[in-house]
Ligand binder design. Structure first.
Ligand code: SF4
Length: 177
């Protein structure tokens, strides 16, 4: 691993981590994953996604950190945006919270770069996520659109190979309804 550039990768779930970690490693990064998702509802679902992520970390053998499950903080941030449609303002705030915390840890632990798996989802706009990442982390944020070059397809392929649990909603109570 000598000579590789360290990067802290915010991970939204184990499935998305698969192809993104693979791609960043191919690009020559030394990846540490950071699971921080206080948006996930209910707690049983949070535990299930965390467990899936830990399984991926074990199979792919990468180091990781687990953030706090700060549900109240998430609710505080999205206050007034409950009725927003998926992909709207509430999601921007939800991305912001998770990217901010990743940036805080990246600075604290001296990671020269950080980014997020969020852009691998075909339902999420990379321009929005990258804009927020740059606003928060400036030069330290690595702009990527991981769904490009069939990144999402590869995540599904690897998740089948690893027999992973795949959720059918984004995460919050509103996306579950
Ligand atoms: S739909 Fe997804 S991104 Fe949007 S607020 Fe809910 S959990 Fe966050």
């Amino acid at each position: 691993m000598e000579g590789r550039t360290k990067i802290l990768l915010h991970v939204c779930c184990g499935v998305c981590a698969t192809s993104v970690v693979e791609r960043l490693c191919e690009e020559g990064f030394e990846v540490t994953a950071f699971f921080y998702n206080p948006n996930i509802h209910p707690p049983e679902e949070y535990e299930r996604r965390l467990k899936t992520f830990l399984k991926v970390a074990e199979i792919m053998n990468f180091p990781y950190l687990i953030g706090e499950y700060e549900v109240e903080k998430w609710w505080e941030r999205i206050k007034g945006l409950e009725k927003e449609p998926e992909g709207g303002k509430r999601c921007e705030v939800c991305f912001q919270l998770r990217i901010e915390e990743t940036y805080r840890i990246a600075k604290e632990m001296d990671f020269p770069f950080f980014t997020t798996t969020l852009t691998v989802s075909p339902h999420k706009k990379a321009e929005v996520i990258n804009r927020i990442g740059k606003e928060i982390g400036e030069e330290r944020f690595l702009i990527r659109d991981f769904k490009k070059k069939e990144g999402f397809k590869r995540a599904i392929q690897l998740s089948k190979e690893f027999s992973l649990y795949r959720q059918n909603y984004c995460g919050c109570i509103f996306s579950k309804r």
